[in-house]
Design a protein around this ligand. Structure first.
Ligand code: HEM
Length: 542
């Protein structure tokens, strides 16, 4: 009996018993071919490699590669790979070759690259095009995306942001007064504690506040009448599965496509109604988009405006809601910081009896505790853990980042994907003291790593990629909003939204965490806390 037969005989015996009609040869093939494929894959990795290629992360299964380890805990995976291979290495992700570049120099290498060499659209389009729709964002050449980003940036003037502060505050107070999760609060009982689901509550507050402000009154008014369902169907198409596998014959894909078509029509209908009613001067982004022109003088077509609005809805939803959720969880878990935050509200807004003067846009810049709390939360929990680009032509790695030897360089071949992870550089013990500790006070130290990282992001060379001057900032270890030409344009709005939501809640509620601090859930597109509850009580002088 051959070694192979000895090895497989017991298994084929069992299977033959279970499936008596399957011929033995088929069984033999079913068991041995996968083993052979795994063996060949291992041998291939042990063969001498082209020394200009970055080291390849060892994996057992071809095609699948390191997908399970990366998908379960990307930061842990990068940390382990870094120990073994250094700051630059390649791993296999469902058939794709992904070269990771870590640390501030890795951020600079990827986020500061030329778009003719590093294309975001080639990576993100399969996920986002079916959701956003045609002719926007990654469905257009990069220079058109830059113009579209400028349109949105122009729409987010200080004057608009100023008006949004009151709207967000009002939405949050209304939520507290009406949502079933805050029944205890509504009962006016100052002794009783209630609990709310973190993810659900902040998802709802975020979409309500974004629709009341950026999205406009028609969207806000329809939130309870069907728009929320369309959003849900669209959102269920925003998953790693839909990114990796296009157009599978599954219900979620069909619902996604139907929701996109209906939502697009919904926005275009609003546009037509506004034109017919002559009401084109609202406080929202749509109104501003209706008045803008591309460089060649052309106005935006209705479907482009509709699809930019959908893109903004999606770009701002999970990012802001997970940021608010993590922020509140940390505050609930840190009574001292909770007290300091509340004290700051009392001192700044002049109340000892539960009556606060209304918040203004300018106030938000004068609340150092709130500012530090949000910054520190974004340091530890940036919603986006991997920023990717497709390599269009062979790309040498700067030797200061990583090199095979003193006189040679690594080259990332065309066709590879490259990946930067500011999420890792933001918790890198090489940069941050007590990196894994949530400590807002680190942001008060003007000479500390946090302040230095922020300066690197905010100051230095200014560049205009087509959507206004921004600091290049790509070499900072702290980049929750990305950097370079794909840098976030929602940063100020997000700070304002999260800041007002947190302030309003802190003014009205005492918070507590009655469970272990939740772990991050990496199975979603944006990192959010695993299912968790925050315990609350109405502040006693309300
Ligand atoms: C881009 C983070 C909120 C709109 C980005 C990027 C990051 C990011 C890291 C860069 C992606 C890349 O380089 O591939 C965040 C965080 C947010 C937030 C942490 C909240 C806490 C928002 C909001 C909006 C928005 C509220 C809309 C109003 C965009 C847009 C881009 C972008 C349009 C540009 C995409 C590109 O140029 O490819 N954001 N974002 N974001 N974000 Fe945000």
């Amino acid at each position: 009996m051959s070694l192979n037969a000895t090895f497989t005989e017991p298994w084929s015996g069992y299977i033959a018993e279970a499936l008596p009609s399957v011929p033995r040869l088929v069984l033999f093939a079913l068991i041995n071919i996968p083993l052979l494929v795994v063996a060949l894959n291992v041998v291939y990795q042990l063969l001498p490699r082209d020394r200009s290629l970055p080291p390849l992360v060892f994996h057992w299964l071809p095609f699948v590669g390191s997908a399970p380890a990366y998908g379960k805990d990307p930061i842990g995976f990068f940390t382990q790979c870094r120990e073994k291979y250094g700051d630059v290495f390649t791993f296999i992700l469902l058939g794709r070759r992904v070269t990771v570049a870590l640390g501030p120099k890795g951020n600079d290498f990827i986020l500061g690259g030329k778009h003719t060499v590093l294309a975001a659209e080639d990576v993100y389009a399969p996920l986002t095009n079916p959701i956003f729709g045609k002719d926007v964002v990654y469905d257009v050449p990069n220079e058109v995306l830059m113009e579209q980003k400028k349109f949105v940036k122009v729409a987010l003037t200080t004057e608009k942001l100023r008006a949004y502060v009151h709207m967000i505050d009002e939405e949050v107070r209304n939520f507290l007064n009406t949502d079933p999760a805050f029944q205890i609060y509504q009962m006016n009982d100052i002794n009783e504690w209630g609990a709310f689901d973190t993810i659900k509550t902040f998802a709802e507050m975020t979409i309500l506040t974004a629709s009341r402000t950026l999205q406009g009154r028609e969207i806000r008014n329809n939130m309870d009448k069907g728009f929320a369902h369309l959003y849900t169907d669209l959102d269920h198409g925003f998953t790693p599965l839909h990114w990796m596998f296009q157009d599978l014959p599954l219900e979620s894909y069909r619902k996604r496509d139907a929701a996109q078509a209906k939502m697009s029509e919904f926005y275009q209908n609003i546009l037509r109604n506004r034109r017919a009613a002559g009401s084109q001067d609202e406080d929202d982004v749509m109104s501003s988009l209706m008045q803008q022109r591309y460089r060649d003088g052309r106005a935006l077509r209705d479907h482009e405006i509709a699809h930019i609005m959908i893109a903004l809805l999606m770009a701002g939803q999970h990012t802001s809601s997970s940021s608010s959720a993590w922020t509140l969880l940390h505050i609930a878990d840190s009574p001292e910081i909770g007290k300091a935050l509340y004290q700051e509200q009392v001192e700044h807004f002049g109340a000892g009896d539960g009556h606060f003067r209304p918040m203004e846009y300018e106030d938000l810049k004068k609340l150092p505790v709130l500012d530090a709390v949000i910054r520190e939360t974004l340091r530890m929990h940036p919603p986006i853990h991997s920023i990717m680009r497709k390599v269009k032509s062979d790309l040498p790695v700067p030797p200061t980042l990583a090199a095979p030897s003193e006189d040679s360089v690594y080259v990332v071949p065309a066709g590879y994907t490259v990946l930067a992870s500011p999420a890792l550089s933001q918790v890198d013990p090489l940069t941050w003291k007590d990196a894994q500790k949530w400590d807002p006070t680190r942001w008060y130290d003007q000479d500390g790593a946090a302040a230095m990282a922020q300066r690197q992001y905010d100051e230095g060379t200014k560049v205009d990629f087509g959507f206004g001057l921004v600091s290049k900032g790509t070499e900072s270890p702290y980049l929750p909003f990305g950097a370079g030409r794909h840098r976030c344009i929602g940063e100020q709005f997000a700070y304002l939204q999260v800041g007002v939501i947190v302030s309003t809640l802190i003014r009205h509620l005492e918070l507590r965490l009655d469970q272990a601090f939740p772990q991050p859930d990496y199975t979603c597109m944006m990192v959010q806390p695993k299912k968790s509850q925050i315990v609350y009580r109405r502040r006693h002088f309300d």
